[in-house]
Ligand binder design. Structure first.
Ligand code: MSP
Length: 534
């Protein structure tokens, strides 16, 4: 059995969750659900980054102890992810006792191996990034990501020998052994490596008390990024010491936003190389959400909370809108107007309407005593076209391909899987929508309601094809909108437990729909939205 270990960054719990973090988390969830569905041994890790100056300050501002503060906020993150139906296998908190011990063990190991030495560091520190910045990186003296002036920091600390790993990391990135996707991000990193020399970095802080103590010098706490990286290992049970690694290591993919690409391609691989551990197979970098053209940020006041989306569009609506908002890997502009439009077009009028009209037809058919009849996906049949002129009987041959090869189930499934293996989430969604449109226009062209009225002997087969296609579409929908897919199976009269226990390969096999099902009209899947107001 193949394994699939996927991670998100751990989120700073200095403020309530917003949809930037929800975006990475839902994307990871879709991929984790997809890999479970195809039978891979899957582990999905997310969590909270709870130490450091940024959190310490936020807690102070809130008049709370850092521990009280992170307890409250981490709980809000977990709740937000629950509300979005996130299927993470663990939620790591960096204040967990196991993480603290393991991080200390790993730091000790780096120290014992000679990769950490005593020094002094002077630089410009951006608390927002929790990183030292070079003059070159600042715009008008401010950090461009946080729009704040960094603080001058000069302190005694321990240094990590990052400079020792430049050549090795470059080689691993160039050869794709440590793959960076999409390609333009890889090129960006390569050009950084070719034009800059990595310097050693400060890996401890004397003046930050809210952190993990260095085991050999209790005066200092571990630099928050170093221990944060270790979450990817401690979150699957590594103790920081044992040469025996957890069986999920290394990750097949780590999803990150573009703002944390540099640290993930320098400090992170260097730590792993220093610890003699295998590197992740791949980093996938996504872009930013922009709201009405501006970066979503608290200072601008355009932050959207995941709960706001769920309230308006439902859990699956929220998941769908975030996943389809922008090509995964690129920045994208989002707005309530765009969300409303897309929700109505793709979900209310698209999938929701297709399922509702098909179930109504199947109910009518069964009320008329007509039974479903299994048929091949490409079976051909003729229909009477009443709009033909001069009473002429027009025989139109339809088959379910509409002569478009791409509509054959096997091709559709292959294309869908290809897109997901490349992390083209929005393209996988396009494939689903194309199927929905195809089936919808098929129904409009064939007019099964007239076939029912005319007692057409082909109707049992025609309806079988429609419902069977819907059952298969639900399989593609499942990782993106789990509840919706399950509701569809239930309205098709299927035994939900049986359906969800099938492996994908078996589930999407043509003919899985029994002829004797009793369809049930469920609630409206996606009620239309009329206003742009919340
Ligand atoms: N704690 C660090 C990560 C440590 S991982 C070892 C951190 N946390 S964060 O909360 O600031 O950001 C977490 C993730 O959310 C990043 O990948 C970031 O890119 C993403 N997003 C935050 N705002 C975003 C948008 N507006 N749009 C899309 N994602 C963005 O960095």
């Amino acid at each position: 059995m193949k394994k699939f270990y996927i991670t998100t960054p751990i989120y700073y719990v200095n403020a309530e969750p917003h949809i930037g973090g929800a975006y990475t988390t839902i994307a990871a969830d879709v991929l984790a659900r997809y890999h479970r569905m195809i039978g891979d041994n899957t582990f999905f890790l997310t969590g909270a980054d709870e130490h450091g100056a940024k959190i310490e300050k936020a807690a102070e501002k809130a008049g709370k102890t850092p521990q009280e503060f992170v307890d409250e906020l981490s709980a809000k993150y977990e709740l937000a992810w629950d509300e979005l139906n996130i299927s993470n296998d663990n939620f790591i908190r960096t204040t967990d006792e196991n993480h603290i011990k393991a991080a200390q063990n790993a730091m000790q190991r780096l120290y014992d191996k000679g990769f950490i030495y005593k020094g002094e560091y002077e630089g410009l520190y951006c608390v927002g990034c929790e990183q030292y910045k070079t003059e070159k990186e600042l715009v008008d003296g401010k950090c461009p990501d946080h729009n704040i002036e960094p603080q001058k920091v000069k302190e005694e600390c321990y240094m990590f020998k990052l400079s020792a790993f430049q050549d090795k990391i470059l080689e691993l990135i160039e050869s794709d052994e440590f793959k960076i996707s999409p390609e333009e991000r890889k090129n960006e990193v390569l050009s950084f490596f070719k034009n800059n020399k990595l310097s050693d970095i400060s890996c401890s802080r004397k003046n930050v008390k809210w952190g993990i103590e260095l085991p050999w010098d209790k005066e200092q706490t571990v630099y928050v990024w170093l221990e944060a990286f270790l979450n990817y290992l401690t979150g699957i049970g590594w103790d920081g010491r044992s040469p025996l690694l957890p069986r999920n290591w290394p990750p097949e993919v780590q999803l990150i936003g573009k703002d944390i690409l540099r640290v993930h391609t320098t400090i992170w691989p260097a730590m792993l190389l220093a610890l003699d551990l295998p590197l992740p197979k791949q980093l996938f970098i996504h872009g930013f959400f922009l709201v009405d053209g501006q970066k979503m940020s608290k200072s601008i006041g355009n932050v959207i909370a995941p709960g706001d989306l769920v309230k308006k569009y439902g859990v699956d609506g929220a998941r769908y809108l975030l996943m389809s908002a922008t090509p995964f890997g690129h920045d994208g502009d989002i707005s309530w107007e765009k969300f409303d439009e897309k929700y109505n077009a793709d979900l209310a009028n698209g999938l929701g309407n297709l399922v509702a009209r098909s179930i109504t037809l199947a109910e009518k058919m069964s009320a008329g005593g007509i039974k479903l009849q299994k048929a091949d996906e490409n079976f051909q049949f003729s229909i009477f076209n009443p709009s033909a002129s001069s009473g002429q009987v027009f025989q139109t041959i339809f088959n379910f391909q509409f002569s478009i090869k791409d509509m054959e189930v096997e091709n559709v499934l292959k294309a869908f899987q290809d897109k997901l293996s490349l992390f083209h989430l929005e393209k996988a969604i396009d494939i689903i929508n194309l199927q929905i449109k195809f089936l919808d226009s098929f129904i409009t062209a064939v007019k099964p309601w007239e076939m029912i009225k005319n007692n057409d002997e082909q109707i049992g087969k025609v309806m079988y094809n429609i419902l069977e296609r819907i059952r298969i579409i639900a399989w593609l929908v499942w990782p993106f909108m789990p509840q919706t897919a399950e509701k569809i199976w239930v309205s098709l009269g299927l035994d939900l437990k049986e359906e969800v226990n099938k492996k994908f390969e078996q589930g999407v096999k043509w003919g899985g729909l029994p002829e004797n099902i009793k369809v049930k009209k469920g609630e409206v899947l996606f009620p239309r939205i009329n206003s742009t107001e919340l």
